[in-house]
Design a protein around this ligand. Structure first.
Ligand SMILES: Nc1ncnc2c1ncn2[C@@H]1O[C@H](COP(=O)(O)OP(=O)(O)OP(=O)(O)O)[C@@H](O)[C@H]1O
Ligand SMILES: [Mg+2]
Length: 571
């Protein structure tokens, strides 16, 4: 960049001698000692030719290096953008699950894709501003060298205007940047929520509600965007206006003065050239500063996010454990908020190969308990004992735990990819065979046999092309693919009819006889399919024991509505 600025200086310095030589006025040409070797200083044509050649060379050099600098800058900023996005993406996915649930994923998407873009834009702008400032400095030096007083006055006026304008606009631009960040987040959220609510929009005729929020966010976004785009343009307009009126005034002065204009031509061309170059630079510097002020909000957002992510990165500790004979849960307590205890002093003993059902009223803490057992949440108090070894949490056991959540999220890929979560061409023959077995165990073949592409059928966004029960079966196969030692099913068969549930559970027991199963359920008929039952009530173990001897009052308290209905049907 420094070399680039010197080339600019050389071009500007050569303008006056070149125009003078064109006018056969060799007195204006400085005495270049080295130049004497190449040109005859008394021959105007030779001087013109020589200077034309040098100017052409310098211009060509400037044009090529300008392109290369721009190319390098673009590559550098793209690399920074990639790094920012990937680090943020990794960081978000490494957040503690409990904290992850506190955020809205649309904020993550906005930060990964839009805020990073704004920050990279500001980095690009900063480097451009540095380049423009260097060039402007060189041009200022050239101007001062030509005529100190006039140039000093002109430059001071320019600088004063720029500083004043920046000071006036700074606050407004920063606030607009903050509004833009916030409205971007809301826009992302409402667009995404609207598309995910298409059923409600159609059935409840509620489009107006979603549209109102979207339009509100759009208005905020547009208002901020207009402020950010329009005000940085103002210096350019003012400067062009002032320079134009200045030139007209200068021309009028010259025309009414008696002086011959011919002698002033090189100087006028010099000023015209330098000012023509300097004004966009000054404008860029001022407007870039304003744009950067607008992007400060995005920089602040990313800074905060990276601080949060970094803390988690440092806290990551995943020593691997396993349990071959038993797992105990000792004095487990958990709360999401300080005031509301969700699990209160849970003590359980699980032997390898046990089949356990966890039951209880809605909101009693069943999902929270299984999320603690699979290490997604960390106990507030209490600990685990795996094969006699005390462990604070079960993260180290995750390699041997399969967990099917209440809502299985399917990718818009094939059934095969959804089961394996791997590129199909990376699967070994044995793995492919296992997938086929799983399709049989989980009763997936029952519906894929009718599909032309069978396991290669795409499931659509969030499995939209499958039924709820089919999605759940793919979800179970996905967890069994890694051949876990412990399978946790959180109402993972709630959408499957009783017959299919029995078939799936029987096939799992047969195919994986050592597998320990913990199954959260509201379905009383499911209790016959396990050995032990644990009843959770208000975060406490209200009853535990053999599935064959569940007291009637315990059964009734499982789910006051659904449980009772199913029970009466069975009776
Ligand atoms: N992320 C969270 N932040 C705050 N509270 C939460 C959070 N997740 C769950 N809760 C609360 O914890 C309690 C237990 O929730 P949990 O999901 O474990 O219940 P559950 O027994 O699985 O219910 P269901 O049968 O309806 O699935 C509920 O009162 C719920 O509102
Ligand atoms: Mg639940």
């Amino acid at each position: 960049m420094t070399l680039f600025s010197f080339v600019e200086l050389a071009i500007v310095t050569l303008i006056v001698p070149f125009i003078s030589a064109l006018q056969n006025n060799l007195e204006m040409i400085p005495k270049y000692e080295f130049a004497g070797l190449l040109m005859d200083k008394n021959d105007p044509k030779a001087v013109v030719l020589y200077l034309a050649f040098v100017l052409l060379f310098l211009f060509s050099f400037k044009a090529v290096s300008d392109w290369f600098i721009h190319y390098d800058l673009c590559r550098l900023t793209q690399k920074i953008k990639n790094d920012l996005i990937l680090n943020l993406y990794n960081g978000y996915l490494n957040l503690e699950y409990v904290d992850y649930k506190r955020f809205n994923t649309n904020t993550f998407i906005k930060n990964c894709l839009i805020t990073t873009q704004n920050v990279v834009f500001s980095i690009h702008k900063t480097s451009e501003t540095i380049r423009d400032s260097l060039l402007a400095l060189v041009l200022v030096l050239a101007l001062l060298n030509q005529s100190f007083q006039l140039s000093f006055f002109f430059i001071s006026a320019l600088a004063l205007m720029g500083i004043l304008f920046f000071k006036l606009m700074k606050g407004r631009q920063y606030n607009a940047g903050k509004t833009l960040e916030d409205s971007n987040r809301k826009l992302q959220k409402w667009v995404s929520q609207s598309f995910l609510s298409v059923k409600e929009i159609k059935i409840n005729d509620s489009l107006a509600y979603y549209k109102h929020h979207l339009e509100k966010s759009l208005n905020e976004y547009n208002h901020a965007n207009i402020t950010l785009a329009v005000f940085p343009r103002v210096p350019k307009i003012i400067l062009e206006y002032l320079v134009f009126t200045g030139l007209i005034a200068g021309a009028l002065l010259v025309s009414i003065s008696e002086q011959s204009v011919a002698g002033l031509v090189p100087v006028i061309v010099f000023y015209a050239f330098v000012i023509r170059r300097l004004i966009p630079l000054v404008n860029n510097i001022v407007s870039s500063h304003l744009e950067l002020t607008g992007a400060l909000a995005s920089i602040q957002v990313l800074k905060n996010e990276f601080n949060i992510i970094q803390d988690y990165h440092q806290a990551q500790n995943k020593a691997s454990h396993s349990f071959e004979s038993d797992l105990s849960i000792c004095g487990l307590n958990f709360s999401y908020n300080e005031n509301a205890k969700v699990l209160d002093n849970i003590n359980l003993h699980i032997n390898k190969g046990d089949h356990i059902a966890v039951v209880g009223k809605t909101g009693s803490g069943k999902s929270t308990l299984v999320e603690l057992i699979c290490g997604l949440l960390e106990p507030e108090f209490g600990y685990f004992i795996a094969d006699g070894k005390k462990i604070q949490n079960t993260r180290g056991l995750q390699h041997m735990i399969g967990y099917v959540p209440q809502q299985v999220y399917l990718l818009d890929e094939s059934i095969l990819s959804n089961i394996t979560l791997r590129e199909p061409d990376t699967l070994t023959g044995e793995e492919r065979k296992w997938v086929q077995e799983l399709a049989e165990i989980c009763q997936i073949n029952e519906f894929t046999d009718q599909l032309e592409k069978r396991l290669d059928t795409r499931v659509g966004e969030r499995g939209n092309n499958l039924s709820g029960g089919q999605i759940q079966r793919v979800g179970i196969a996905r967890q069994l693919f890694k051949k876990p030692g412990l399978l946790i099913l959180d109402e993972a068969t709630a959408a499957v009819d009783d017959k299919v549930e029995t078939k799936v559970l029987e096939a799992i027991k047969q195919g994986l006889p050592d597998l320990t199963i913990i199954m959260v359920t509201h379905r009383i008929s499911s209790l016959k399919k396990v050995d032990q039952v644990i009843l959770i009530d208000k975060g406490k173990v209200a009853w535990k024991g053999d599935s064959g001897v569940i007291p009637e009052n315990a059964l009734k308290s499982i789910d006051s509505d659904r449980g009772a209905v199913i029970l009466s049907k069975q009776d």
